[in-house]
Ligand binder design. Structure first.
Ligand code: NI
Length: 424
């Protein structure tokens, strides 16, 4: 269902309000300037790691070379870690020098079934597979953060858990990792994560409180009519005519049933029926994807869809089978954690316009499962650089990003740790 994910990346504005349960030390203590220079001295290593990973893309739950590379680096740096969680997932644990809270940082590891068209020295060595969403960058930024923190344990209290998660593109590695207990022992207080984002230019960070990405669900519907001769329609139940009315009627859900203040999508991506010009189709199959931010629509949308399908079928004497699948819930950020990331990002980016406050997409992400369990914040790290021809959209065979975001990402994570993991 990668095609389900490809239908994403629209920017739109929704709304929701939340009450945070976290209390965080929000005193802004200016980070010592050597933090930035230390991290920037890592940049050439970050580029090297990212290109190593980019050349070896692996699909969900098959990330064995990726996991081996992560394990090798963590071992070399003396960082305690556990492997083989949800098949290929890894959790690294880095303790500060004083007791304090536990912050989890999540990075997804998987690539896509796409043939890379970039002619770069570090292009994919695996035929038909490509890091076309930037997850090679996410693993690299998480490794850079682990490397820095392990060498600067005196700069934070408590524990940082770095979660390397398989299969974000599907079927989803977040849920099995949570079920395997990655958020306990020690119990995680909050979780953060980022997506390298070519929908935003280099030098920007997209962060907001409340919903950031949409719930991702999909459906298949088979309409059963009665086939027959194309010249004798009165002896048939034409499943194409029934299907056409179902397609039209489903459009009224977003247009007439969802509050105009909210956002939702009902997309029919497939309509298959018929075999010949003079045959009335016996059955038709419709499939599509559903997106929304507001969790209140979780049951309403499939119920309304089925009511419409059943009503149209009844009017024409057809029958139906409707299968509805929930993939990922909406990505909803905690207000306090979003404020922490926003504040850190504005200190790292250093241009007021660099923090984009109302960035949203109807795309989906299984980071949502972590955010259902713990307060946290997921955010977008702007990575497009049209001047260097690095602005293709995610999931495109020419996708690539400006690698200077790697050290920016590490600095944002490190400063989030310094701000969150205090002993007060
Ligand atoms: Ni992605």
């Amino acid at each position: 269902w990668v095609s389900v994910y490809i239908l994403t990346h629209n920017i739109c504005v929704g709304s929701a309000s939340m009450v945070s349960t976290l209390s965080i030390n929000t005193r802004v203590s200016p980070a010592p300037p050597q933090v930035r220079s230390t991290i920037q001295s890592l940049q050439s290593s970050l580029v090297q790691w990212r290109r190593h990973l980019h050349q070896r893309p692996e699909l969900g739950f098959e990330e064995t070379l990726t996991a081996d590379f992560i394990t090798q680096q963590l071992t070399q740096w003396g960082i305690e870690h556990q492997t083989g969680i949800a098949k290929t997932g890894i959790v690294a644990t880095i303790n500060g020098t004083r007791p304090g809270p536990v912050l989890a940082i999540r990075a997804d590891m998987d690539a896509l079934p796409i043939q890379e068209l970039n002619q770069v020295p570090y292009r994919s060595l695996h035929d038909g597979k490509m890091h076309a969403c930037g997850h090679d960058g996410h693993v690299t930024i998480a490794l850079g953060t682990a490397h820095y923190l392990a060498q600067h344990r005196e700069t934070f209290a408590g524990t940082v858990k770095i979660i390397f998660q398989p299969a974000e593109e599907g079927p989803g590695g977040a849920k099995p990792m949570i079920e395997a207990g990655v958020l306990s022992q020690p119990e995680v207080d909050a979780v953060i994560g980022l997506h390298i984002w070519n929908n935003l230019p280099l030098g920007t960070v997209g962060v907001r409180s409340g919903p950031l990405m949409a719930a991702t669900e999909y459906f298949h519907c088979t309409l059963q009519g009665r086939g027959g001769h194309g010249a004798l329609p009165h002896q048939t139940i034409d499943s194409i005519v029934v299907g056409a009315q179902v397609v039209n009627a489903l459009q009224t859900i977003v247009a007439r049933n969802i509050s105009p203040i909210d956002s939702a999508v009902v997309t029919l991506g497939e309509f298959h029926a018929g075999t010949a010009v003079n045959v009335i189709a016996d059955s038709a199959r419709l499939s599509g994807t559903v997106r929304y931010f507001n969790p209140e629509y979780r049951d309403f949308l499939p119920e309304r869809m089925e009511a419409i399908i059943a009503g149209v079928c009844q009017a024409h004497g057809a029958s139906y089978q409707f299968d509805y699948h929930r993939l990922y819930p909406p990505v909803i950020n905690d207000p306090t954690m979003a404020e922490l990331v926003r504040s850190v990002a504005s200190s790292v980016i250093e241009t007021p316009a660099g923090v984009v406050p109302e960035c949203q997409t109807m795309g989906g992400e299984d980071m949502a499962f972590f955010l259902q369990e713990k307060p946290g914040c997921y955010f977008f790290l702007g990575s497009a650089n049209p001047d260097l021809n690095l602005a293709y959209p995610h999931h495109h065979p020419r996708f690539d990003f400006d690698e200077t975001v790697l050290s920016t990402g590490v600095e944002i994570f490190v400063r989030c740790v310094e701000r969150f993991c205090t002993s007060e």
